[in-house]
Design a protein around this ligand. Structure first.
Ligand code: BES
Ligand code: ZN
Ligand code: ZN
Length: 465
């Protein structure tokens, strides 16, 4: 893992290349105050301060200064400095005026590479770009958020062959041993008896990649209890309702919810939030074999209700259902789940906006507010009760999918809601956990979407405890 702490250091007067940030409004005024040779150099480099992320170098004796355009130099976003951190030569840098604030995150993440599967790791642009900051008190938290984000990216990017339920368990185990948290793993007969839906979905791979429920408990028992749940489908072939080749191509990322949940647990523990944390990760592979669960099967859930399997590709909601039941047994004051649950959420909102569902308006608006503040956008969708009838079953209590594709992310969320007790606060994020196109600081591949929003909400809710 990238050593983020070495890339962001407190200002002790060390030598650093100054970085001047300008924007459309401020550039002309700034330029006027520069010596004539700077103006000539910037003109020669066609730097006009108007294109965010563009930058130019101004030689100074043996060294140089940097000037970079940003959208709004008075209000930096997390990604403003990412292109600089990707493109500048190795060295130590410092903003010439003001402080980087949240843009420190992009500085760090721009330097994270997923190179476990590259034989030549020394890419030409490698070498550390260190940022010196006067905001020493903010360093630790920014580094933790960068680490948590990189954890999500790396787990999601890891091929399914190398990240099955056992490896996901190991990742949670590592977190537990680092933090002194309790770990419990339920598998085998106990899983079949206690978590029938998780066992059913993982049934096809019982011998090769056994399904399990991974739970971590951390924090003082008298603190408010919260449950964080993540969908851990290590590969989603669709099961007997097999996906098409195109539909299956990215399904190593179907444990993206679990990666978000684990990263959030890590942030909560790192920040020592005064909560009693219950992390639940149902981990399975949705595979095909003679032991696979079938369309038309009926499974009695942990809660006791009978679920007819309409479609084996709607597996995420099944494993989450038993995990939600388990979480609710601990009587938490809040449950948050993350899941790469539906293609429908992507059709509705595109790749960048996780769909947020919440059974309390106040909880939804708080998450929305922190999403805006953390520049980690998401969008609320309705738990529209009339669509509940789309999940009716001819022979069981209800089915796991509707026979119409309409409102697919809503019917999935309504399915989950059946496993949340009346009156218990619950938020559900249907997230893509992936970036199809690279942006500064955010390479193509696995990504955390919605993580910082929920963490900011929790940090505020439980601050000062
Ligand atoms: N893991 C998929 C959802 C998914 C697909 C997320 C593509 C991101 C990108 C999920 O298990 C699934 O297959 N859902 C089905 C549900 C349907 C069968 C009711 C879907 O969304 O098509
Ligand atoms: Zn599926
Ligand atoms: Zn899935």
């Amino acid at each position: 893992m990238t050593d983020f702490a070495s890339l962001l250091v407190a200002d002790r007067g060390q030598n650093a290349h100054p970085i001047h940030l300008v924007d459309k409004e401020s550039f002309d005024g700034w330029l006027k105050k520069r010596p004539a040779e700077d103006r000539a150099l910037l003109k020669a480099q066609r730097f006009d301060g108007k294109k965010p992320f563009a930058f130019a170098l101004l030689p100074r004796g043996n060294g140089f200064e940097v000037v970079s355009a940003v959208k709004n130099s008075a209000k930096l976003s997390p990604w403003c400095l990412a292109k600089l951190a990707e493109g500048l030569p190795e060295g130590t840098y410092k903003l010439a005026e003001g402080e980087a604030g949240t843009a420190m995150l992009g500085w760090l993440l721009a330097q994270h590479r997923f190179d476990s599967y590259r034989s030549n790791k020394d890419e030409p642009e490698s070498g550390d770009r260190i940022l010196v900051t006067g905001e020493a008190a903010a360093i630790d938290q920014i580094v933790r958020v960068a680490e948590a984000t990189a954890l999500v990216r790396d787990l999601v990017n890891t091929p399914a062959a190398d990240l099955g339920p056992a490896e996901l368990e190991q990742a949670v185990r590592d977190e537990a041993s680092r933090s002194g948290a309790q770990l419990r793993v339920t598998a085998g007969k106990e899983l079949v008896d206690g978590y029938p839906l998780i066992a059913a979905v993982g049934g096809a791979a019982t011998h090769e990649r056994a399904p399990r429920l991974i739970e971590l408990e951390w924090g003082k028992p008298n603190n408010p209890r919260i449950a964080i749940i993540g969908k851990g489908v290590c590969f989603d072939s669709g099961g007997l309702d097999l996906k098409s080749a195109a539909g299956m191509r990215l399904m190593k990322k179907d444990m993206g919810g679990a990666a978000h949940a684990l990263a959030l647990a890590r942030l909560i523990i790192g920040e020592r939030l005064p909560v009693q944390l219950h992390l639940l990760i149902p981990a399975v592979e949705n595979a095909v074999s003679g032991a696979a669960y079938r369309p038309g099967d009926v499974v009695k859930s942990r809660k006791g209700t009978f679920v007819e399997i309409d479609n084996t590709d709607a597996e995420g909601r099944l494993i989450l259902a038993d995990a939600l039941t388990r979480a609710a047994e601990g009587d938490p004051e809040l449950i948050v789940d993350f899941a790469t649950l539906t293609g429908a959420a992507r059709i509705a909102l595109g790749p960048d906006l996780p769909a947020l569902f919440a059974n309390l308006d106040e909880l939804a608006s708080t998450v929305e507010r922190f999403a805006r503040e953390a520049k980690d956008p998401l969008w609320r969708m309705p738990l529209w009760e009339p669509y509940d009838e789309m999940l009716k079953s001819d022979i069981a209590d209800f089915a796991n999918a509707s026979n119409s594709p309409m409102g697919g992310c809503i019917t999935a969320a309504l399915f989950l809601q059946r496993f949340v007790p009346e009156g218990m606060s619950w938020a559900h994020l249907d997230t893509y956990a992936w970036r199809d196109q690279a942006k500064p600081g955010r390479p193509k591949g696995g990504d955390a979407l919605g993580l910082r929003a929920v963490f900011a909400m929790l940090a505020d809710r439980y601050s000062g405890g």
